[in-house]
Design a protein around this ligand. Structure first.
Ligand code: NAD
Ligand code: USQ
Length: 482
């Protein structure tokens, strides 16, 4: 089962490293991992090809680790209907499980007794290579991460390395793992990345929209009762001058009333891909009876979760660069290295934020309380809202308590977005399900700042300033210089 991706130049990682085999356990299969990275003039070569077998840019064999036999998590017996046999733990496929949110979530669910399989193409690690950037924290390979987890806890997480845009690969993963729930983090998630040039915009929408469509078809074809928990984004709503509801709004127009999807005003090709995803999911819930939860997540901050804290090989990634780094994480790293905090424009841009420990909690709550068959449920997943100026002031204050000299600068805004606006977004549904938020406190800021200080020698300060302009993007492939 090889999943071929195209290329003009080939780096065969397996030639430099010994092939890696996972020992066979009862009932499990193991495949060698081979990995061929590709590059072409356009960053993704013939990645978008219609009417022929999709060609992606690396060759991967699925690697399957044995399934854990321990500490079963039972499906909830709450108000929502459940479909799993009561004696069995829920089987959760985490797509994008090698990424920032996905890694923390996969470990958390495994720790809670769910049987977990990670599906990931590792394309995020490829973006780092392409752009010449690195996580603040050193991150172990996915194989070493999983080996470490197994040796610490005795729990096994299955691994399927491949691209969900390749339906053949995804089908095999579905048929072999038989998930009760799929948590889908597996997308290109950076707004700046999607605005670098035409090829990155096309890649982002192709990767995200087709990947999600494939997941929907796989559920319909192989696991029709499987609950899809899809990571959406608060950015789908934009910044309207009225309150933002959770997914739907009731409108009376010319004397008639209806409850309709809340209007979407996304402001990057990445955020727009999420809007398309939401529409496709909503449609398939109606048409095929798929059960789905769209988690419109705000900006995530922090790095530590109970599980990633257990060993340095489990450490999560933390991005601070101008393409993948997000506001608060970036500000903490900037403060640690004495770089002025980069407030874009007037700094009144307000968004919902949450601690990564709440990301994992929210996903678990969504899985434990599944949507009904045919239901398209939308939760706004964040705990507090802040403007960029408010975040900068909080980091300045916390940094100064640690003896850091923290300044802010206003950087010409590389994005097209409102810099002063009304923002009031509802976020009660996850709290009603039991979310206990970790609010942004001095102690969390201290811990994140100390963490950034610990790794500050790894910071490449040339990567801090924004390098992607919404207005200047063009057709020509752009190289982001290291
Ligand atoms: P990430 O880039 O760290 O992780 C995404 C993972 O998905 C990577 O490991 C990548 O290799 C994998 N992936 C991407 N395309 C794939 C494909 N076609 N097939 C298989 N694997 C693929 O991103 P993240 O920060 O963990 O975000 C995860 C999800 O949460 C994304 O959908 C993102 O839009 C959403 N989200 C993130 C944030 C945030 O602040 N990080 C906020 C709101 C929503
Ligand atoms: N910003 C600054 N200075 C910086 C970085 C960002 O002022 O150094 C501003 C941006 O202009 C924006 C706001 O902070 O107004 C948030 O930007 P961000 O880079 O932190 O987050 P964003 O691009 O919106 O994307 C991130 C994730 C994405 C997720 C989204 C949630 O990368 O995957 O979907 O947060 S939300 O913002 O709610 O749409």
């Amino acid at each position: 089962m090889a999943h071929l991706l195209s290329t003009s130049c080939t780096i065969n990682v397996s030639s430099g490293c010994k092939p890696y085999y996972i020992p066979l356990n009862q009932g499990s299969r193991a495949f060698p991992t081979s990995f061929t990275l590709q590059a072409s003039k356009s960053p993704f070569g013939r990645l978008v090809s219609f009417g022929e077998k999709p060609q992606r840019n690396f060759t991967v064999h699925s690697t399957t680790l044995p399934i854990s036999k321990e500490a079963p998590a039972q499906p909830s017996s709450g108000a929502h209907e459940t479909f799993n046999e009561p004696s069995k733990p829920q089987r959760v496929m985490v797509i994008g499980g090698d990424g920032y949110c996905g890694w923390a979530t996969a470990l958390h669910l495994s720790n809670k007794g769910y049987e977990v399989a990670i599906v990931d193409s590792l394309v995020r690690r490829l973006f780092d290579h392409q752009l010449g950037i690195e996580s603040l924290t050193p991150i172990a390979s996915i194989h070493n991460r999983l080996r470490c987890w197994k040796s610490l806890t005795g729990k096994t997480i299955e691994l399927h390395i491949g691209d969900i845009c390749d339906f053949e690969f995804l089908s095999e993963a579905f048929k072999s793992f038989e998930p009760d729930a799929v948590v889908h983090f597996g997308e290109q998630r950076s707004a700046p990345y999607s605005m670098i040039d035409r090829s990155r915009a096309v890649f982002t929408q192709n990767n995200n929209v087709i990947g999600t469509l494939n997941v929907l078809f796989a559920i319909k074809e192989f696991r029709e009762q499987c609950h899809l928990v899809k990571l959406g984004t608060m950015g789908e709503y934009g910044t309207p001058n009225i309150d933002i509801e959770e997914g739907y709004i009731t409108i009376t127009h010319n004397g008639r009333t209806d409850t309709l999807p809340y209007p979407k005003q996304a402001s990057s090709f990445y955020h727009l891909s999420k809007v398309h995803d939401s529409n496709n999911i909503a449609f398939t819930c109606k048409a095929w009876g798929i059960r789905a939860t769209d988690l419109n997540q705000g900006v995530v901050y922090g790095v530590k979760t109970d599980e990633t804290e257990m060993h340095e090989e489990l450490c999560n990634r933390l991005d601070y660069d101008g393409v993948f780094g997000t506001a608060l994480n970036r500000f903490c790293v900037q403060a640690a290295v004495g770089h002025p905090l980069t407030v874009y424009g007037k700094g009144g841009q307000t968004r919902g934020y949450l601690d990564i420990r709440d990301t994992v909690q929210c996903v678990e709550l969504a899985i434990a309380n599944p949507a009904r068959s045919g239901e398209f449920r939308v939760f706004n997943q964040f705990t507090e809202q802040f403007s960029v100026n408010e975040l900068a002031a909080l980091v300045k204050n916390a940094g100064e308590k640690l003896g850091l000299n923290v300044e802010s600068i206003s950087v010409p805004n590389p994005r097209v977005e409102a810099e002063e606006h009304y923002y009031n977004a509802k976020h009660t549904k996850l709290v009603e399900l039991g979310l206990e938020p970790h609010l942004l406190s001095d102690s969390l800021l201290d811990s994140l700042l100390n963490f950034a200080i610990e790794f500050k020698d790894r910071v490449d300060t040339k990567q801090i300033m924004p390098s992607v302009s919404w207005r200047k993007m063009g057709v020509k492939p752009r190289t982001i210089t290291a």
